[in-house]
Design a protein around this ligand. Sequence first.
Ligand SMILES: Cc1cc2nc3c(=O)[nH]c(=O)nc-3n(C[C@H](O)[C@H](O)[C@H](O)COP(=O)(O)OP(=O)(O)OC[C@H]3O[C@@H](n4cnc5c(N)ncnc54)[C@H](O)[C@@H]3O)c2cc1C
Length: 509
Amino acid sequence: MSETEGKAPDLQAALAAWREAVGEAHVVVDPEALEAARTATFATTQTIPAIVRPADTAQVQACLRIASAHRVPVYPVSAGRNWGYGSRVPPGDGSVLLDLGRMNRVVAYDEQLAYITVEPGVTFRQAAAYLRERQSSNFITTIGGSPDASLVGNALERGDGRGPHADIFQHVCALEAVLPTGERIETGHARFPDSRAAPVFRWGLGPVLDGLFSQSSLGVVTRMTFWLARKQPWLREFVCAVNDDAQLWTFVDRLQALALDGTLKGSFFFWNDIKAYSVTQQFPYAAVGRTPLPDWAREKFREGFGRWAISGTLTAPDAEFGALLEKRLARALEGAFRPLSFGPEVLDGEGGFQGVPSEANLAMTYWRKRTPQPEDPNPDRDRCGFIWCCVAVPFTGQDAKRATDIADRVPRLFGFEPNLALLAFSPRCVYLITALAYDRDAKGEDTRAQACYRALTRELADAGYHLTRAGLQAQGAVPAVRDDSTAVRRRLKDAFDPQGILAPGRSEP
Ligand SMILES: Cc1cc2nc3c(=O)[nH]c(=O)nc-3n(C[C@H](O)[C@H](O)[C@H](O)COP(=O)(O)OP(=O)(O)OC[C@H]3O[C@@H](n4cnc5c(N)ncnc54)[C@H](O)[C@@H]3O)c2cc1C
């Protein structure tokens, strides 16, 4: 029997030890800060007794040893802007927040080999500024979420971005992770002393452990290397709109072929009218009176837009090559309701698709609010209701239609507008991303949104389309599996975290 087995959690002893380990100022018990930390973009009940802010890997090791010794659960966040998936709120009640925001150093950067190694607190804004200052020819993928979200938190959740590295976790390596026992491990070749290839060679020697730390509660990641994408000498954004659903699914098939043959190299999007509406303006209460948006108002907005927009980028080594790609794309999208058009040519430039983060999409979270979006958007603080549901769908028109029909129908049954996008991040698979946007101050909407999420994920799962990310809203909503993986994952968890102190209650193992 281990020393701690059977011992009751002792928060006060843990707090005293953490103060010793990270300094008094970095153990926060201020009620206002704790109240803010337990607030998400949907209803939660979890309480947070303290926030602990380590400064480096050694302090993370000390913090986890203390948590294990006193059996006090902890929940790590890198930037804590996991909006739409639970924000900073831990899955279990009474977990102390391990806030890694102070660990915000860029540890290594190589222009020629195109990589950057960062600590967990480094944000998209910070990384973009770092590369700009160095006049880098490379860029880090940006996301639609907050520029102040972290590279590491996003990658660990297997986030999605814009450009050729849209599947973000595919482009990382050399993780450093601290286990709940306090042990430190590095993945790939990084575990060998002075390994020259650690930041550029993903697999290392032996089993590949990187995935164990993604969407899991097996360790706290304290360092990670991101591979950068090279800015393209020639880039053009494109957009067209479709009004006829049958045509949309034909276009899905045609663009899949262009993704497979390399004409389309970066991510691209199919997004519906509601999504477009909610990014550009708030719910038209003055004209419509009450939610949900009636069909006549939706159609009025759609007049100039179409039911679906298709947008993305073409990139090429030069304008001549680019012109050929334009022709191929134009042929594939011939007959669109709003014909294909191109933005200005971007030569060796930046932009949303080549590394400049933007807050523009956060407007979506204020869609149903009756007050305007403030200068410094923070949907947790402003009681915006917002829940993401993201499922994986084979990249065919037939599957896209089957899954989208469900996501278009279910939110309406619960009084929400279907806010939908298909994100093409690979030639084989797309994400169908549904956003439930509502006002947490409107009576009953928190409860209704949660019920809607459950109905939506159940119907999608029954049709064969499963979640890619299980945020806090997914607790109890992930379907049973058909193999032995639950028991095997449980054994892994017990081996890595014998005291069960890291993110207990997360929807896994
Ligand atoms: C309008 C809008 C648009 C969005 N668009 C996108 C998008 O395009 N792509 C996308 O991917 N997401 C998007 N999001 C979702 C979300 O904002 C991002 O995924 C964001 O990157 C997550 O926040 P974070 O980096 O602050 O992560 P955190 O909140 O720090 O962490 C996220 C999760 O990872 C775990 N974790 C964090 N750090 C560590 C660590 N060091 N070790 C172990 N576990 C850790 C946490 O426990 C938590 O479960 C969007 C959200 C909104 C509201």
